[in-house]
Design a protein around this ligand. Structure first.
Ligand code: IMP
Length: 203
């Protein structure tokens, strides 16, 4: 049974595979379908974008497709960068520039509260979609720390910890992260269904 992961981000794909850990499933990256156009993430919610990505790629490939959309919401910035997290400092996605912009926007700000959010969407080959979500509260520190992970990881310290996501590495990060939570829900909710190798969601 093949399931398409709607992402080109190798680190993200690795994180999802580690969490999902479904025997008998061959995960295929979107990179395996160079002719299928990239889905434009132009909706204003994580749920909208994850649903759109999963549905469009499932319809284009005929495969069950798992997509996620995630980002950082910062309280003092009215939940920015949100769905614009990847392109906060402009296109194309540049993590160093995004982090520098975030620190500029928060200069002098004492409220550093933030949370990562993730919505995972599974589409069957007919385009019917279900979603689950996860969120991880924490705070933005003043200077980047750590070299593991990606994106805003060097600036984000989850509640109850003193290390940034970029200092702790995938194994600990996955236990609490927004994506970890969403993917464990995804595994619990959809794993048994996918193991039955159905051609669509049961009605
Ligand atoms: P997308 O879900 O691939 O659209 O990711 C959106 C952006 O949110 C990424 O490019 C990162 O900037 C940020 N992001 C999402 N999840 C994480 C994470 O686990 N760590 C750090 N940054 C993240």
């Amino acid at each position: 049974m093949k399931i398409l992961l709607a992402s080109h981000n190798a680190k993200k794909i690795q994180e999802i595979q580690e969490i999902f850990d479904l025997p008998g499933v061959e995960w295929v990256s979107a990179a395996a379908f160079p002719d299928v156009p990239e889905v434009v993430e132009d909706l204003l919610t994580f749920e909208g974008n994850a649903t759109k990505k999963a549905r469009e790629l499932a319809l284009a490939t005929g495969l069950w497709t798992l997509a996620d959309d995630s980002g950082l919401e910062v309280e003092a910035l009215h939940h920015a960068p949100g769905v614009f997290s990847a392109r906060y400092a402009g296109e194309p996605c540049n993590h160093a520039n995004n982090n520098a912009k975030l620190l500029r926007e928060l200069a002098g700000q004492t409220n550093r509260a933030a949370r990562f959010r993730c919505v995972a969407a599974l589409s069957d080959p007919t385009g019917r979609v279900e979603t689950v979500s996860g969120s991880c509260p924490g705070r933005i520190i003043e200077e980047p720390r750590g070299t593991k992970g990606f994106g805003y990881d060097p600036l984000f310290v989850p509640d109850g910890y003193s290390q940034t996501f970029a200092e702790m590495g995938n194994e600990l990060k996955n236990k609490m992260s927004h994506r970890g939570q969403a993917m464990r829900q995804a595994r619990d909710r959809w794993g048994p269904l996918l193991a039955r190798k159905l051609d669509k969601f049961p009605t």
